[in-house]
Design a protein around this ligand. Structure first.
Ligand SMILES: [Mg+2]
Length: 125
């Protein structure tokens, strides 16, 4: 069983990511609309995720705040988190990496390019 968490306030974006993850052999995609909901979903699944894909700009709790929060929890320090965002400036990438992101994917992307990037993080599952 491979479970991945997709955090994005856009339902369309979550659906695109979910479809690509499914083609990569991910068996369960858990969705959240913002960082706060993501923390609840993580608790429900005992923090057992192979990968977390996280948008930056979201209401209630944005992606960088979510990332900083989970990295302050010892058991979540090694959880792979990839930012998936329109924030393409170098300073933003640096900020995310410093906050503990393992990867960075800039929107927009085609499903094929997303698939290629996610293979780097998931292997063939
Ligand atoms: Mg957003």
């Amino acid at each position: 069983m491979t479970r991945v968490l997709v955090i994005d306030d856009s339902g369309t974006m979550r659906k695109i990511q979910k479809n690509v993850l499914t083609t990569l052999g991910v068996t369960e995609v858990v969705e959240a609309e913002n960082g706060q909901e993501a923390i609840l979903r993580m608790k429900e699944h005992q923090f057992d995720f192979k990968l977390v894909l996280c948008d930056w700009n979201m209401p209630i709790m944005d992606g960088i705040t979510f990332l900083q929060k989970i990295r302050s929890v010892p058991q979540l320090k090694a959880l792979p988190v990839v930012m998936v965002t329109t924030e393409g400036e170098k300073s933003k990438v640096v900020e995310a990496i410093q906050a503990g992101a393992n990867g960075y994917i800039v929107k927009p992307f085609t499903p094929d390019s997303l698939k290629a990037r996610l293979t780097e993080y998931l292997g063939t599952t």
